[in-house]
Design a binder for this molecule. Sequence first.
Ligand SMILES: [Zn+2]
Length: 644
Amino acid sequence: MSASASPPNNRISETVKKMRRLCQLEVQSGWRYCNADLAVPPVNICNWSVAKLNEKGHIAWPAGKQVLHLGQQLIIPDNLHGYPVAGLRLLLGLTWWAEDAQIFVNGELVGRGDLFDCRDRVLLSSFANPGDEFLVILRLVSPGHDAGALVRSICLYEAADPVCFDPAFVAAELEILQNSIARNSKIINSQYPPTEIVADRSLTVKGEKLQSELDLAVELIDWSALPDREKFDRSLSVLRRCLLGYLRDFFEGFDDRTAEGTEGAEGERREEVFDVGEIGSATSIYIGEFGKQTSASGNFDDRTAEGTEGAEGERREEVFDVGEIGSAKSIYIGEFGELTSIYMGKIYLLGHAHLDLAWLWPIEETWEAAQRTFESVLQLQAEFPELIFGHSTPALYDWIEEHRPDLFAAIKKQVDAGRWEVVGGMWVEPDLNLISGESMVRQVFFGQRYAKEKFGKLMRVAWLPDTFGFGWQLPQILRQGGVDYFVTQKLRWNDTTEFPYDAFLWEGLDGSQIFSMMSAPIGEGIESVKLASYVFDWQVKTGLQAAFWLPGVGDHGGGPTRDMLEVAKRWELSPFFPKLEFAKAIDYLSAIEGMFLRPAAATAGNLGSIEGDNLPAFSESLSKIDVSESDKSGNLPVAETRVT
Ligand SMILES: [Zn+2]
C-alpha cells in the first residue's frame, strides 16, 4: 500500500523530520559485537569491536542459528538538538530478524522475541536524568535458513506522562494531517463518492488553501525558544490550536454544501453523520465535523485563548507571545476540551494473533504458543477492559479445553461477556488449494458443530487471513454452513495482479453470495502514521469512513502487546487522529454491509440473494483473477499460480 498520494510537501516533511530529531536518536551505529556464545551477559564491552552496518543500515551476521551478541553503552544526554530531555521517559526501539532475541539492560533480561515477534520498545527510564548510563546487551540467534539482522535501533524520548505530547508526537500528527490533505485530491477520483461531491471542484481549491495554511502554520513553531522546553512546547500547542481553527474553516464551507437535504439543526445533523457509522453518503470526505465544539476561542486553554477572536495576523502575533505565559510542565494531548477528533472516520480495532497449527515448528510448540497467547490476552484484558480479541480455529480451543480446562473456562467467560470473538467458520484455517469440496464441507461442519456446542452459536465470519487459494465453491459451502461473511488479507500477497476490491460480494458457482472483506494486514501494531494511511486508503477504495485494524503480533501467536494498547490510548486523545474503538468483526461487518445494501435486501433470509446497491461483485475463484480486469501489464496468463 502506498503511503502517499501526491508528492510530499517539503516544508512539512522537513519540519516533521526536524521535530523528530528533538526526541528521537538513531543508535544503530553505536553497537559493538562479540561472536562468542556467552553464558551470562557481560558487564564490560570495551574490548568488543564496533559492528559495521551494511548498505541497508543493518547489522547482519550469517545464517544457521549463529549467536551474535551486540552491546552498547547508552548515556542520556542533556539535550537533543537543543531540546532538553531531562524528565522525559526513554524507550529503546528495536527491530530484528532473528530466530531468538533477548534484550538485557544493566544485566537484567527485559525483553525477548523471535522471527515473528520482531520488534520491541524497551523502557530504559521513566524519568531521564542526563548522565545516566545503560548497558544494553542483545543476544541474537540467526534463523537456520537466512542471515540474521539487527534492522533498526533508536532511542525514543517521550513525555513522561503518556497523556501529554512531545515533539515527535506532534510531528506524527502533522504527517497524518499532511497525508490526509493529499488524500483529499485522491478521493475526488475515487469510484464511490456521490457525484455531487466529485463534481464540486471548489473542494480541491479549498484543499489547496488548507495546504498553504498548513505550510504557514508550521512557522508558529518557536525554534528560538530552545532550550526552553516549556516555551517550545507551548508554541507546539499554539500550532495545534491554529490548525484546528483552519480545519474548522475548511469544513464550514464544505458542511454547507453537504448539509443540503439533511434537515434540522446543527446538532441533529452531526448526530446523523455519526450515526451512519461514519460511513454515510454525506461523508465521502474524511476530515470534518468540527461542529460547535471547535470554536477557536471557545475551548482552548485559558492561558492561550486570549485574543484569538482577532484577525489572522493578530492571532499569529498573539500566538508568538504565548510562550512567555506558558508555565505547564507538559501539555495534555487532548487539551481542546470536548473535541474528540477532526476525522469523521473511526478505526475499529480487534486484537489478533495469527497462529498456524503447523508451519516451521513442532506441533507441541503450537499448543504452547496458543496457551501463551491466550493467557497474555486475558491478562491484558484485566488491565485494559476495552480490549476485544478475536481468534479462529476450534481445533485449538478443543485442545485447550482438554488440556487446560482452567484457561478454557476463562476464555469462555470472555466470549460470553462479548470481549472474545470466536471467528473462523472452519475447524482450522485450512489450505484450500489441495483439499476437496467434501473436505471443505467437513471443515465447516466440524468447526460449526464445535462452536455451537461450546460457545452457543455458529461462527458467522469465515476468517482465513493467511490461506492460499480460495476455490469458487466456497461461497456456497460457507453460506450453507451458516457463515455470512468472508474475510482474508491474503490477496494482498500479489505485486502483479492486484485484487481490485476491499469490500465486495463474492458470488459462487451456484450464485450464492457472501459479503467479503479484504482485511487490514495481520501482524501489525499501532503505528499512528501507518495506521492513518491505511484508513485513508481504505476510505478511498471503499467509500467507507470506518476502517478495521488488527493489532497484534502474529504468525506464531503473540497477540496485542501492552505497548500497543498504551500507544492506542495515547492516540485516542489526539484530535488529529481518528477515534479508536475495539469491536468484534461480526459487528463491524454487519454494519458496513448494511451501508451497502438496500434495506429490503438486508432483511432477506440467510441464503437470499443480496442486492448490492453500489457494492462490487466478484464471480470467480479468488485465486483466478481475470487479468483483463486488474492487471496493468495486460498480457499475463490467469494468475492462478501467483495468488496460490
Ligand atoms: Zn499463517
